[in-house]
Structure formats: C-alpha cells, structure tokens
Design a protein around this ligand. Structure first.
Ligand code: SAH
Length: 237
C-alpha cells in the first residue's frame, strides 16, 4: 500500500515537473513578456495598441546574449557586446510611441545594436532601414532579423551621421545613440510632417522629438535619458 502511494506520488510529481518544464524551463518567456508590458510599460502610461502588441510579440530574449536570457525582461538595459547596450524595454516602447506610427511608414533607425528596436518598428511600420557603425553588431543583427523572417528590414553597416540618402525621405527617424547635436543629414532626410525621436547630449542627455512642418522645425523635450554616444569617424572597410 505504502509503495503504491509513493509510486503514485512520484508519477504525479514527475508529470507536474514535466508540465512546469514546459511552462518555465523551455519557456518562450511569454509570461515574462506580459508582465513586462503590464508593470513596466502600461503602468508608465504607454497606450498605443500597436506598440503594446509589438512588444508582446517580439521575443526580446533572442536579442540578448544567451547568458543573459533570464534577465531579458527586466526593467533595465543590458549589454549586447562590443560595449553596446539594448535599451530598457520602457524606453523602446516610449520612443516607438513618440513616432506616432500608423502602419504604412518608411522608418530609419540609427544604431541597430541587437536589432530589437528594428524588429519592434518592423511589426508596426511597412519598411525599416537601420544603420549600425560596428560591423560585428550589424552582421549579427542582420542574421538574426533574417532568421526571424523580417523581410521589411534592411541593415546597413555605416555612419548614421550620413543617414541613408538613397532611401530618403523617411516618415519617421529614430536614433538610439546620443549625438551632441541633431545631425543635419537626418533633418534633411525627414519627410514633411515626419517625426524624429533622438536622445541629445553628452553627459546630460534628453530625449527630444523633432517635427518637420514645411520648412519649420518644432522640437519638444520629453525626459532625461542615458544612451551610448553616437560616434564619429567611421571609415568604410
Ligand atoms: N537600438 C539598439 C540599441 C542601440 S545601442 C537595440 O535595439 O538593441 C546604440 C548603437 O548605436 C550601438 O550599437 C552603437 O554601435 C551604434 N552607433 C553609435 N554611433 C553610431 C553611428 N555614428 N552610426 C550608426 N550607429 C552608431
């Protein structure tokens, strides 16, 4: 009798741990993604349904180094190699929301990094062009985005200060590294009525939104932020 109970208990526990393994061990982190959205993003006032849906869909853990997967949904930036970082989830959501995308836009991103922000943009907009100055990061992001089937993202290794003139104008531009001043090429490549979201400054940085209306430029300050610097002096190899 006692043996039978122990046997049953063992079977039940193994079944339970198998189920748990399905939910936690081999997880696709969907519960962590939902909690990230609820407690970090919606709680801080992000309302755009398209942004929330994109953040729910894109598997952020695939964009961080494998040793950091368990931290992928934490409320913080994470290193992605080459001294660079993937932004905190809330900042990705906020910057995307500030672009006011409807779905048919052509978007330029400066600072591909891991490719995560590009994937979020590609879930919402129709075309995404993204420029990364470090070849190793550009190649890695391009490979991952291809693997994930993002046919509407083009990655270029080059200097973001030049923008991507062959593809201009862009309806929206997002810069995910911080220059001291807004690069003129990016203003020039922004379509009329377009929006540019950019962290500006060196030690002290502020997130700004620039809106181009005919020949007038309006700039609004949003919040203080901390990004890696937008570097100069890239030589094409
Ligand atoms: N958007 C990224 C995070 C970007 S971190 C993500 O979702 O993971 C900022 C990136 O900007 C770094 O990878 C850095 O190499 C890149 N960068 C810095 N200066 C640049 C420049 N002048 N042109 C293009 N990319 C630049």
């Amino acid at each position: 009798m006692k043996k039978k109970v122990i046997f049953l208990l063992t079977v039940t526990l193994s079944l339970f741990s198998l189920l748990n393994f399905g939910a936690l061990g081999k997880t696709d982190f969907s519960r962590q993604r939902e909690e990230m959205i609820k407690f970090q993003i919606e709680a801080r006032g992000i309302k755009d349904k398209k942004v929330l849906a994109a953040m729910k869909k894109v598997k952020r853990h695939l964009f961080v180094p494998s040793g950091l997967r368990n931290f992928a949904y934490y409320d913080q930036p994470l290193p992605v190699g080459q001294g660079q970082t993937i932004s905190q989830p809330y900042i990705v959501a906020l910057m995307t929301e500030l672009l006011l995308l409807k779905g048919d836009e052509k978007v330029l991103e400066i600072g591909t990094g891991s490719g995560y922000q590009a994937a979020i943009l590609a879930e919402i907009a129709s075309e995404v062009y993204t420029i990364e100055i470090l070849p190793a990061l550009a190649q890695k992001a391009e490979r991952l985005l291809n693997q994930l089937g993002y046919e509407n993202i083009k990655v270029r290794c080059g200097d973001g200060y030049q923008g991507w003139p062959e593809q201009a104008p862009f309806d929206a531009i997002i810069v995910t590294c911080a220059p001291p001043n807004i690069p003129q090429a990016l203003i020039d490549q922004l379509a009329d009525g377009g929006r540019l979201v950019i962290p500006l400054g060196e030690e002290v940085q502020e997130l700004k939104v620039l809106v181009k209306k005919k020949d007038k430029i309006e700039i609004e300050a949003i919040i203080p932020v901390r990004f890696v610097p937008m570097v100069k002096g890239y030589e094409k190899r």
